[in-house]
Design a protein around this ligand. Structure first.
Ligand code: 13P
Length: 255
C-alpha cells in the first residue's frame, strides 16, 4: 500500500524569512494533526535552513527545488547534495520550469545524474515529468513521458527506483487553472509513468513507487485525483502558498 504524499512547491515565493515563517506558523500545527498522508514543503533555498530549524523533527518534511549532481566545484549558483542533506529529506528534480531553460544542467542526462546524486546523498528525489500542450496535441504524450521517466531513472538500483517519487505534471496544466482530468492523469500515470518504471525495473517496483499528479491542484479538486488508484498525491504550486494548503492536505488524507 503506497502512502499518500502531498508536496508543496513554493517556487520563487515566500523566500524571505518573515514570509516563510508567517505561513509555517499558521499551518504547522493543523498539518501535524492530519494522519495518513506525508507532507513535504519545498521552499526557496534562502529559507530552507531556517525552516529546518523551526520544524525540527516533525511530521512535516522539507525538500529543495533543485540541486546540482556534483559535490563541490566551480558551479556558480548551484547547491550540492551534501549541502542539502542536513537540511531536508527530498529534492524536486527536473521541474518543467527548469527544463524549459534548455540548459545542459536540465536535460534528461543531467536529471539522471542529479537523481543518482540525490540518492547518493541520502535524499529522495521528486522527479517531474510531463508533456507540453503541443506534444499532447501531436499525440506524443506517452512517448515523451516514458522517455523522461526512463532517462531519469537509468542505472538506478532497484531499491532506489522503488523509493523514487515521480510527479506527472503536464506543462499545459501548470498554473493554468486547467488541470488534467483525473481519469486522464490516472491513465498516463499507469501507462507511461509506471509503464516506464516497469520496463526498467519490473512490475513490483512500478507498483511500489509513489507517483503524484501536479498542475492546478486545489482544495476543491484534490479528492478527485487522490480517488484515482494510480495517483498517490499531488505536487502543488499556487495552492500551497496560503493556509488553504491545510484543507488540501486534509482532503487528501480522506482517501
Ligand atoms: P500549480 O499548482 O500552481 O499549477 O503548479 C504546479 C506545479 O508546477 C508544481 O510543481
Amino acid at each position: 500500500m503506497r502512502r499518500p504524499l502531498i508536496a508543496a512547491n513554493w517556487k520563487m515565493h515566500l523566500g524571505r524569512e518573515e514570509e516563510a515563517l508567517g505561513l509555517v506558523r499558521r499551518i504547522r500545527h493543523p498539518l501535524g494533526k492530519i494522519e495518513g498522508v506525508d507532507v513535504v514543503l519545498c521552499p526557496p533555498f534562502t529559507v530552507l535552513a531556517l525552516l529546518a530549524e523551526v520544524l525540527g523533527p516533525s511530521r512535516i518534511a522539507l525538500g529543495a527545488q533543485n540541486m546540482h549532481w556534483a559535490e563541490q566545484g566551480a558551479h556558480t549558483g548551484e547547491v550540492s547534495p551534501s549541502m542539502l542533506a542536513g537540511l531536508c529529506q527530498y529534492v524536486i528534480l527536473g521541474h518543467s520550469e527548469r527544463r524549459a531553460s534548455g540548459g545542459s544542467t536540465e536535460d534528461d542526462a543531467a536529471i539522471n545524474r542529479k537523481v543518482k546524486a540525490a540518492f547518493g546523498g541520502g535524499l529522495i528525489p521528486i522527479v517531474c515529468v510531463g508533456e507540453s500542450g503541443e506534444q499532447r496535441e501531436a499525440g506524443a504524450t506517452d512517448d515523451v513521458v516514458r522517455g523522461q521517466v526512463s532517462c531519469a531513472l537509468a542505472e538506478l538500483e532497484l531499491d532506489q527506483a522503488r523509493r523514487c517519487v515521480l510527479a506527472y505534471e503536464p506543462i499545459w496544466a501548470i498554473g493554468s487553472g486547467r488541470p488534467a482530468t483525473p481519469a486522464e492523469a490516472n491513465r498516463i500515470i499507469s501507462l507511461s509513468v509506471r509503464g516506464a518504471v516497469a520496463d526498467g525495473f519490473g512490475e513490483e517496483a512500478a507498483q511500489a513507487a509513489r507517483v503524484l499528479y501536479g498542475g492546478s491542484v486545489l482544495p476543491d479538486n484534490i479528492e478527485t485525483f487522490t480517488a484515482m488508484p494510480e495517483i498517490d498525491g499531488a505536487l502543488v504550486g499556487g495552492a500551497s502558498l496560503g493556509p488553504e494548503f491545510v484543507e488540501l492536505v486534509r482532503r487528501a488524507s480522506l482517501r
